[in-house]
Design a protein around this ligand. Structure first.
Ligand code: FES
Length: 316
């Protein structure tokens, strides 16, 4: 039996039995944002229950988990997790503005339950070239581009060899993921093998090419971590490239940056390290304080100390 729910300031919506508040509001043409596709894994569909809280089904386990983290009061409900059991419900959507409407509703598949990303556990891999700024300063621009292409070619080949996917490049570094088509243990192993191969390839490249032809050598910093991230085209760029986002990505990036202060070319989180079947030798056990992470973060150093010592800010 259908119940009427008043979406305050918008319209009165008829909610069928078995239909969530979100499904009903979308069916009625309300541009109700739902970033996770109604899976109870975001907060964008939340509503304030103005009246009739007792006429909604109790919060689901997903909803309880989010409410615990976000400390939402009881009168805030996730529309995708709420069913209506009787008349008299009045709600107000909490996330609603014209930009949301344009980006997420009007310009996409209208009122469908489209998910803009998928939650996946991946191995996250960041790499950066050290000492690149002095090289740029001392060499001609076309030489710099030539060398850059050679080095990125090494990165690309190693990452492809172990089925990784490059997500983004920026300046003298890049970001890749492993595990889009494999399980996390295999993915972590692949990320580590790709990193170790790059370290080896750079050494050869230095000896056979950079030293004799350019009187310069390069070193790199690599950070690897694992975690749950959102994968997909989340509509934040101008292209349709794959995007991978989530807090673990930030951690992996910080591990890469920490290679300088830890004076080791390859830093992997202990969580990722423990997933390895044949872990490489790690130099001791280190703890890092990472911005946004309350406890010190345990990491393993599986690379080599830098030949050119890196300041905390590094040499670029
Ligand atoms: S749409 Fe993500 S929690 Fe409801």
């Amino acid at each position: 039996m259908a119940c009427q729910v008043d979406f305050k300031g918008e319209k009165v919506v008829s909610v069928e039995g078995g239909q969530t508040l979100l499904q009903a509001s979308l069916a009625a043409g309300i541009p109700h944002y739902h970033a996770c596709g109604g899976k109870g894994q975001c907060t964008t569909c939340r509503v304030l229950v103005v009246e009739g809280q007792e006429k909604l089904t109790p919060p689901t386990s997903y909803e309880r988990a989010i409410r615990n983290v976000k400390k939402f009061p009881d009168i805030v409900r996730l529309a995708c997790q709420s069913y209506v059991t009787g008349e008299g419900v009045e709600v107000r959507r909490l996330i609603r503005d014209e930009t949301d409407r344009y980006i997420f509703i009007d310009s996409q598949e209208d009122s469908t339950m489209t998910v803009m990303g998928e939650r996946r556990k991946l191995a996250l891999f960041f790499i950066d070239i050290r000492s690149f700024t002095p090289f740029i300063e001392a060499n001609l621009p076309f030489d710099v581009i030539h060398i850059m292409r050679r080095i990125f070619g090494l990165f690309r080949n190693a990452i492809a060899l172990y089925q990784g996917e490059i997500i983004d490049t920026s300046g003298d570094g890049l970001y890749a993921v492993f595990g889009l088509n494999s399980r996390i243990k295999k993915a972590t192993e692949s990320a580590v093998l790709a990193g170790l191969k790059i370290l080896e390839d750079i050494k050869i490249f230095n000896n056979t090419y950079m030293r004799p032809y350019f009187n310069h050598t390069f070193e790199v910093g690599i950070g690897v971590h694992v975690g749950n991230v959102i994968v997909g085209n989340v509509g934040i760029g101008i292209s349709n490239n794959l995007t991978v986002m989530g807090f673990p990505v930030n951690i992996a990036a910080r591990l890469q940056a920490a290679t300088k202060e830890l004076d080791n070319s390859f830093v992997i989180s202990a969580i990722a390290y423990r997933l390895l079947r044949n872990p490489p030798y790690a130099v001791g056990c280190n703890y890092l304080n990472l911005k946004g992470v309350s406890n010190a973060y345990e990491v393993k150093l599986i690379g080599k100390p830098y030949e050119v010592k890196q300041g905390k800010e590094g040499l670029g």
